[in-house]
Write a protein that binds this ligand. Structure first.
Ligand code: ATR
Length: 282
């Protein structure tokens, strides 16, 4: 006769996600804070999604899960509530339980903005809000980044993307809260009035095409942000550094988006330390 063993359990779900850094991050914190819990990968086909959700609802030990490619939208019909953040972004990356309900949220915008705030002094941050931003890309990551920027009070954002229809769609969601302009096609030469440049595309990532852009005409530019973290110092970040423009790397977004999820799953708000950064970049 065994005692029933209660151990909080969380997952990251997706398809072909063996490379996911989430188990590394969450298990690091479980160990650091000496919490009895587990965080594992569940890699499955879309046909298994209903069964997975059923398992989550029945198993009391499961406290929630993260969602990555390609289920960030597919999970939505299975949930009881969707928080505003996830609703506006149009994607759920975290599901947690609240009195037997499954609540979907999205921590990517928080992760992006928190990383930005880690690197930019608060005075400078406030100044940046009223100055023009060039957002590069209009995919899933751009949705979260734009949500974060608008929510935190950025007022002038221009968006460019290879596919114009996606840019228009993204701009439409936020048009009432900020001045958002749509640029047709990808910018090659940043104009001399942008103060912040943010890459949200996969261009520049190891194994992907280069992000071909010039900052040479943009003396106005003060900050270049990349959400790509592999390599940590992408070509655009190196280019910016050479021009004495402040840079923000992508690793902090990855780590910060995991913090509120960990807090929901395991009841403790974790910190990011040097060892975790190193571990994730290995
Ligand atoms: P994510 O969730 O990582 O943002 P996504 O939704 O597929 O992934 O978006 C990828 C982004 O990178 C998009 O802005 C995409 O441009 P399109 O909307 O035109 O597809 C951009 N992207 C990816 N590969 C690209 C390429 N080779 N050239 C230009 N843009 C590219």
């Amino acid at each position: 006769m065994g005692m029933k063993y209660h151990q909080k359990q969380a997952f990251v779900i997706g398809q072909n996600i063996a490379h996911s850094k989430s188990p590394l991050i969450h298990n690091y914190w479980l160990q650091k804070y000496n919490i009895q819990g587990r965080y594992d990968i569940r890699d499955f086909d879309e046909s298994e999604l209903p069964n997975f959700v059923k398992e989550v609802r029945t198993d009391e030990n499961i406290t929630g899960f993260n969602i990555t490619i390609p289920y960030k939208q597919a999970i939505i019909p299975f949930l009881d509530e969707i928080e505003d953040t996830a609703q506006t972004i149009g994607a759920v990356n975290t599901v947690y339980k609240k009195s037997n309900k499954l609540i979907g949220t999205n921590t990517d915008a928080y992760g992006f903005m928190q990383n930005l705030k880690d690197h930019v002094k608060s005075n400078d941050f406030n100044a940046l809000k009223t100055q023009p931003v060039l957002l590069y890309g209009a995919g899933g990551a751009a949705k979260a980044v734009l949500y974060g920027l608008v929510k935190d009070g950025f007022t002038h954002i221009d968006i460019c993307n290879r596919t114009l229809s996606k840019t228009k769609n993204l701009a439409q969601r936020h048009k009432n809260k900020a001045s958002i302009r749509v640029i047709d096609g990808l910018v090659k030469n940043v104009e001399n009035h942008y103060v912040t440049f943010i890459n949200t595309t996969s261009l520049g990532m190891a194994g992907h095409q280069d992000l071909e852009i010039s900052f040479a005409d943009a003396a106005s530019l003060r900050l270049v942000v990349d959400i790509v973290y592999k390599p940590l110092y992408t070509d655009i970040l190196r280019k910016a550094q050479k021009a004495d423009i402040q840079i923000v790397t992508g690793i902090g977004m990855l780590l910060h988006q995991a913090r509120p999820a960990f807090a929901k799953f395991f009841g403790h708000i974790p910190d990011i330390d040097k060892k975790l950064r190193e571990l994730v970049l290995e």
